[in-house]
Ligand binder design. Structure first.
Ligand SMILES: Cc1cc2nc3c(=O)[nH]c(=O)nc-3n(C[C@H](O)[C@H](O)[C@H](O)COP(=O)(O)OP(=O)(O)OC[C@H]3O[C@@H](n4cnc5c(N)ncnc54)[C@H](O)[C@@H]3O)c2cc1C
Length: 410
């Protein structure tokens, strides 16, 4: 039966990709978003295995120039590196922004702008509760009730849709981080660009008085039009289960511990952190995740995509890629149900079965990366990485990396 309305809750990458897909297939939908449109998107992300799914959602025409437009450095020039605290490269991958698949490092605001093209998003509308009805789902929002044939919770880690139907399910992990964004000059960036044009991770040293290591992550967020100013984000992370430090509750206090932690890294990294303007906001957060829960019974009315279904840590750079993939796979099923080719319950269940199994694998893999990255590596492991680096740098087929790190999106 043709649908009257699909309600998409949340206008992040998952919700907007689904909106684009439904628009292309003439399925009526409405998007509501709790934030005002001006919401700041403060960090950059790697897009890799989502790229073919974005083509399915946006179409070939809208994808023309997409990669250059959303890319942090306005080109498809990217790469990622694993680096020792003293500046020595352990593994360097040219042209690969993530552990598996080729892609780009992208600015979140520009991704949102592209995904929003032609989509009407009703902002400042917060969903507070969702429940199943006789024929349609009923959604309570800050602006009144909305009824819809299908409600899609695309409302992220703290999903109100998920909480309404199966409970909160968020797990806060012991891995924590301090981060800040700041401007640097082109010359300052050039020192880091020997590792990667866009982003790299540096592993801190093991010290005798602490278990585990502190890691440093560097990524460009944006480059000014004249190419002279780079807005970059630095992140310091550690596992509180191995290294319990008191976390101050003032910005000055956070600057102070970041300053102290920076001492263990080689000079340019140390300087990047220690020369951050004292008035810059330092963010402190826990890595969190949400394992897809098989108690989710869609009853042909309510389902979840993206972080609302399977939030994962950022340590494999895959959450957004899975969110986009969910949106397209769900979109395909909704179109089939809209055309009367299958029942709505069958459509949602087919989508969920695939997305939950894939999501569980991805959440687990990202968890293992987050925890493993803070244990510190033995000399033998570092040596093996350098050997692998030699092999990879001599091979054109970079998908060899999937053999080592596994693929979560099959
Ligand atoms: C530091 C960091 C780095 C990352 N790096 C990468 C990376 O390199 N590659 C990658 O693939 N992924 C990365 N991720 C993960 C990625 O950001 C998420 O997986 C992705 O944003 C999920 O998209 P989403 O649309 O499901 O959720 P979100 O992006 O969280 O969007 C949810 C939307 O719903 C809205 N909303 C929330 N509640 C309500 C409500 N009650 N009513 C209405 N609207 C609501 C929110 O305002 C928001 O706009 C990273 C995450 C972090 C934190």
């Amino acid at each position: 039966m043709p649908f009257n309305k699909i309600l998409i809750v949340g206008s992040g990458p998952a919700g907007l990709t689904l909106a684009q897909y439904l628009k292309r297939h003439d399925v009526p939908f409405q998007v509501v978003e709790k934030a005002p449109v001006s919401r700041l998107q403060g960090y950059s992300v790697s897009i890799h295995f989502a790229l073919p799914y974005l083509v399915l959602a946006l179409g070939e025409d809208k994808m023309k120039g997409f990669q250059e437009y959303v890319s942090v450095n306005h080109t498809t020039d990217t790469g990622v590196a694993l680096v020792n605290y003293d500046g020595q490269v352990l593994l360097k991958l040219d042209g690969i922004p993530a552990l598996s698949g080729k892609g780009i490092r992208a600015n979140r605001t520009r991704i949102r702008d592209r995904l929003m093209e032609g989509i009407n998003v009703e902002t400042d509308v917060e969903v507070t509760d969702v429940h199943f009805g006789d024929h349609q789902a009923v959604v309570k929002t800050s602006k009144g009730d909305i009824c819809a044939d299908i409600v899609v919770g695309a409302d992220g880690l703290r999903s109100a849709v998920r909480s309404s139907i199966i409970g909160n399910k968020v797990q806060e992990l012991s891995v924590v981080n301090l981060s800040a964004s700041r401007n640097i000059t082109r010359q300052e960036h050039e020192v880091f660009s020997k590792y990667s044009p866009t982003h790299f991770i540096m592993f801190g040293p093991k010290t005798s008085n602490r278990q585990g290591v502190v890691n440093f992550f560097y990524s460009i967020n944006d480059v000014s039009n004249d190419g002279e100013t780079y807005n970059v984000r630095w992140v310091l992370s550690w596992d509180q289960g191995l290294d319990l430090r008191e976390i101050p509750n003032t910005n000055d206090g956070l600057h102070k511990i970041a300053y102290e932690m920076a001492d263990q890294f080689y000079e340019p990294v140390k300087k990047l952190i220690q020369m951050t303007d004292p008035s810059t906001k330092i963010w402190f957060s826990h890595a969190s995740q949400c394992m897809p829960d098989y108690s989710l019974d869609n009853r042909g009315q309510i389902t979840l995509i993206g972080d609302a279904l399977h939030a994962m840590t950022a340590y494999r750079g895959e959450g957004l890629n899975h969110a986009v993939m969910d949106a397209v796979l769900l979109g395909e099923q909704i179109v089939l149900a809209h055309q009367g080719k299958r029942s709505v319950t069958e459509a949602l269940t087919t989508y969920q079965k695939q997305a939950m199994a894939r999501g569980r694998t991805a959440v687990k893999a990202s968890y293992e990366s987050a925890m493993g990255a803070h244990l510190g590596f033995s000399t033998l492991y570092k040596f093996s990485m350098r050997v692998l680096n030699l092999v990879v740098s001599n091979l054109q087929d970079y998908n060899i990396m999937e053999y080592f790190w596994g693929n979560t999106h099959k």
